[in-house]
Design a protein around this ligand. Structure first.
Ligand code: SF4
Ligand code: SF4
Ligand code: FES
Length: 257
């Protein structure tokens, strides 16, 4: 692809409001949307606010909506667009705008803090842990997460319903609960923490209707719905309706004499 001039519409504004501003900007072969946004900053809009860091799809900071779809700007090649079309770049819709393309993603850090950490097994020191390879593989898939929050942005439960924010942790953090609940060494249950119950009652698992929109936008290709949310729902239902599981949980919760 030789150089050409692209049409860009970039959202400019702040918490008080704003709108799309049109630009014509040069594009070179092999460039991504973030390159073009940087050229805009360098040549036409020096005060354009944009967050980025690695330019390699690994820091998760350049998330935005490109032609309405949540994407990483640094991983979106200009060659996927027609030269004639206007490329629209807007901030993540589910989070409050700070300025231009920068949003306040603090919601996600608050949700992260609400999830109790891994509880190490009693009597085993780090280095003595032994796990089946398939359990390691599962955790590793979830840990590929770069915290770009594109899945959180696209999920309709909070994208279109401000009122659900308190009750719903979002796919990224329900995936974290699933990871810990399926972790063979997590000893949270021994201390009375029922991760499946908290998934339902505190993190809003029931709001998820497994539409897979979160999976579709994940730049790491994590199968959030199939490998985390659906198994977590199944486990939560099993715990609730299996009398043996219910009895076991009551016995475990009894205080020691
Ligand atoms: S699968 Fe669940 S968490 Fe993912 S986007 Fe759909 S409703 Fe949201
Ligand atoms: S799960 Fe995927 S889309 Fe969601 S924050 Fe992590 S890397 Fe981003
Ligand atoms: S700049 Fe790091 S993911 Fe895009």
């Amino acid at each position: 692809m030789s150089g050409y001039e692209a049409r860009f519409a970039v959202w400019r504004g702040d918490a008080d409001g704003g709108g799309l501003e049109d630009f014509r900007v040069e594009v070179h072969e092999g460039e991504v949307v973030l390159d073009v946004v940087h050229r805009l900053q360098a040549t036409q809009a020096p005060d354009l606010a944009v967050r980025w860091n690695c330019k390699a799809g690994k820091c998760g900071s350049c998330s935005a909506e490109i032609n309405g779809r949540p994407r990483l700007m640094c991983m979106t090649r200009m060659s996927v667009f027609d030269r004639e079309e206007t490329v629209t770049v807007t901030p993540l819709r589910a989070f409050p705008v700070v300025r231009d393309l920068v949003t306040d993603v603090g919601f996600n850090y608050r949700k992260a803090r609400e999830i109790p950490a891994f509880v190490p097994p009693a009597g085993l020191a780090p280095g003595e842990y032994r796990m089946m390879q398939r359990d390691v593989d599962r955790s590793q898939e979830f840990r590929k997460c770069i915290e770009c929050f594109l899945c959180q942005d696209t999920c309709h439960v909070v994208r279109d319903h401000e009122e659900n924010r308190t009750a719903f942790a979002g796919p990224r953090f329900l995936m974290r609960v699933a990871e810990l609940d399926m972790h063979p060494l997590d000893a949270a249950g021994e201390s009375g923490l029922d991760r499946r119950r908290t998934a339902q009652e505190e993190h809003g698992l029931g709001y998820c209707n497994i539409t897979k929109c979160c999976t579709e936008v994940c730049p790491e290709g994590i199968r959030i719905t199939d490998n985390a949310l659906v198994p977590l729902k199944e486990r939560a239902v099993d715990s609730k309706y299996d009398p043996l599981v219910w009895l076991g949980s009551r016995i475990r919760r009894r205080p020691s004499p």
